[in-house]
Design a protein around this ligand. Structure first.
Ligand code: COA
Ligand code: AMP
Length: 630
């Protein structure tokens, strides 16, 4: 069967399609039914099943003879360490850590926050939670203490599992002070923490609250896998929305297992035993789905890479890891390739490595620009597949179904909708637009298994954020079009979310930080185009009347506050001081127009603008920062 047959089979009977895929999962009690639409427009899949994620990702492979196969290859150029964890070892480690959590009172349904860098133990922590039905919420290490505190308050975890430090090139990121600050700042109190001490920067433990990862496991009875219901949340992952309050995306257990398993062969074209590498971070959805869960559920070997595409030690690192570990399918963000291309434009460094094991490169997380795709194809000599998805879905909405049938690549398009997704382009009134017409990208409900059923403790917000604009559809927040062959093109976000080096950030959250600076009267943050990171945040600030603080000091303070409140990952370094902001007559800030001016793009003067002269002032303020060129 080709792609169009498979898609048609899904369309003809979605429930039958997913019940068939569900056979790949080992159930304690198989689902009697695929879809539960009794609460529509809220949907659940495989609700009445009983299952355990860790069993499917680890134990069953040991039972089926894969115990000695590498489950995890750890490659850390930043610490000069390499190691391999077999499935059997992963089972022992996971059961032991889960035993500690259980003995300290963590039960199914309790939340556990994980704040760890890219080490195999981060996966062990995630799987240990899954083993006992605890709901983990991993927080990316590049966020500041404030963001961690926000997540502690929202997820109300019983415990936090953290490492003593993370490692960035040339800098040790001390996690423990950040953790302590966050715990102090949060209203919710955690019962205990488990701390993995790293040699590079061990930390002091607080008696009675902090426990050492290894010491706590002494003499512990390993924990068995606890069956949970199909709709039990496997994890919560916070992602940026329009406001400063992040959205807690809920991942349902059974749908997650079924859908991720399906993607490994059909999209990434790997068989059990093959080595799969996603160069991302466990703090992002790519890390959840494709560093941890999907490869393990499918019986692959996953690579945990603690390093950067450049500088650890050079732009040849990716090629070395592929060659050395026999990687078959490789997944990363376009920004990583832009970084390599900038450092080694001719791709000279790849000549030192034999990467003939590699069959394809997959790009996602941000728009893949044609230059980068063509460069990667030329240098690596493998097909490059763009694919489009979101934290909310957890896996591909549109991609190239290579394991079913490789579709011809059209550069600039992530290819076609995957079975499960009925993608439509809608106008403002919700009418379906014809091919090649730009509109809002929406997915007809129900979304497929594994996608978010709701937001953590915020079902009303889920409905208003995703379901209200286009009744009967899930609003993706992206704008784009479909061509006459059904190929999708993703053009821009329709909201205040920006994408910086493949990291999803909220300009609304950044505006809240700037607004709190005492000299700032009014502010706006926009995403401007950047050749390396795709976008960079740029803040406009209007100072309070009579303010006598030197402008440089205010700018420096804004940058520091952003780093201290949101974190270094915001990469916030551009600030322009202006007298006023362009607005409509009803007072809405014209952020889209400011983006166009900054990017030196053509734009139509908004009909509702209050005073067109302000746009010249905006342009003049942007030019010293290297934007709004004539
Ligand atoms: N913990 C702590 N700090 C972190 C961090 C982490 N896990 N990840 C990034 N940071 C910090 C960086 O050290 C940097 O700090 P600095 O301002 O002191 O230099 C800041 O956050 C910005 O980081 P980043 O956006 O990664 O920029 P960079 O200039 O360090 O590196 C790239 C640029 C392109 C090499 C890098 O962004 C990259 O590898 N991107 C791949 C993106 C990716 O994997 N995305 C996941 C989605 S698929
Ligand atoms: P995240 O939730 O962090 O994965 O970010 C999801 C958003 O990143 C999407 O809504 C898009 O705006 C953007 N995105 C992800 N993948 C792609 C892609 N292949 N092409 C264009 N944009 C993408």
């Amino acid at each position: 069967m080709g792609y169009r047959d498979v898609y048609a089979a899904w369309q003809a009977d979605p429930e039958q399609f997913w019940m068939e895929q569900a056979k790949a999962i080992d159930w304690v009690k198989p689902p009697s039914k695929a879809l539960d639409d009794s609460q529509a427009p809220l949907y659940e899949w495989f609700t009445d099943a009983q299952v355990n994620t860790c069993y499917n990702a680890v134990d069953r492979h040991v039972e089926n003879g894969r115990g000695e196969q590498a489950a995890i290859i750890y490659d850390s150029p930043i610490t000069d360490t390499k190691s391999t964890t077999t499935y059997a070892e992963l089972q022992t480690q996971t059961a032991s850590l889960a035993g500690v959590l259980r003995d300290k009172g963590v039960v199914a349904g309790d939340r556990v926050i994980i704040y760890m860098p890219m080490e195999p133990e981060a996966l062990v922590a995630m799987l240990a939670c899954a083993r006992i039905g605890a709901i983990h919420s991993v927080v990316f290490g590049g966020f500041a203490a404030h963001e961690l505190a926000v997540r502690i308050n929202d997820a109300t975890p019983k415990a936090i599992i953290a490492a003593s430090c993370g490692l960035e090139p040339g800098r040790i990121v001390d996690y423990k002070p950040l953790l302590d600050q966050a715990i102090d700042a949060a209203d919710h109190q955690v019962d205990f923490t488990l701390i993995l001490q790293r040699d590079q920067q061990p930390c002091a433990l607080i008696d009675g609250r902090d426990y050492d990862w290894h010491a706590a496991q002494d003499g512990v009875t390993p924990a068995d896998c606890v069956p949970v219901a199909g709709n039990h949340p496997a994890y919560i992952l916070y992602t940026s929305g329009t406001t400063g309050a992040p959205k807690g995306v809920v991942r349902p257990t059974a749908g997650h297992l079924v859908a991720l398993h399906w993607t490994m062969k059909n999209i990434y074209d790997v068989d059990p035993g093959d080595v799969f590498w996603a160069a991302s971070d466990v703090g992002w959805v790519v890390g959840h789905s494709y560093i941890c869960y999907a490869p393990l559920i499918h019986g692959n070997t996953t690579v945990v890479f603690e390093g950067k595409p450049i500088g650890t030690p050079d732009a040849g690192t990716f090629w070395r890891v592929i060659a050395e570990h026999n990687v078959r399918s490789f997944f990363t963000a376009p920004t990583a390739f832009r970084a390599i291309k900038r450092e080694d434009p001719k791709g000279e460094m790849i000549k030192d490595y034999d990467i003939s094991c590699l069959k394809a490169l997959y790009l996602a997380g941000e728009r893949a620009d044609p230059d980068t795709i063509e460069w990667a194809q030329r240098v690596m000599n493998v097909p490059v597949y763009d694919h489009w998805w979101q934290t909310e879905t957890g896996y591909t909405i549109a991609g190239n179904p290579v394991g079913i049938e490789p579709m011809p690549v059209k550069i600039g398009s992530p290819t076609v909708a995957m079975p499960g997704y009925d993608v439509q382009i809608l106008d403002d009134e919700g009418a379906v637009l014809p091919p090649n017409t730009l509109g809002a990208i929406a997915v007809k409900l129900p979304l497929p298994p594994g996608t978010l059923p709701t937001l953590w403790n915020a079902t009303d917000r889920f409905k208003t954020s995703y379901l209200a604009t286009f009744p009967g559809y899930y609003e993706t927040g992206d704008a784009g079009m479909v061509d006459e062959d059904g190929y999708l093109y993703i053009m821009a976000r329709t909201d205040d979310v920006i994408n910086v080096a493949g990291h999803r950030l909220s300009t609304g959250a950044m505006e809240e930080v700037l607004a709190a600076q005492p000299d700032v009267g009014e502010c706006a943050v926009i995403g401007v185009t950047d050749a390396l990171k795709g976008q960079l945040p740029l803040g406009f600030i209007c100072l309070n009347k009579g303010c006598d603080t030197p402008p440089e000091a205010i700018i420096a303070d804004c940058i520091k506050r952003m780093r201290d409140t949101i974190g270094p990952v915001a990469a916030f370094k551009l600030v322009a001081i202006v007298d006023r902001l362009p607005k409509t007559r009803s007072g809405k800030i014209l952020r889209g127009t400011m983006v166009k001016i900054a990017d030196s793009a053509d734009f139509k003067m908004p009909a509702t603008i209050d005073d067109p002269a302000i746009l010249n002032e905006i342009k003049a303020a942007l030019q010293p920062l290297g934007y709004a060129k004539d």
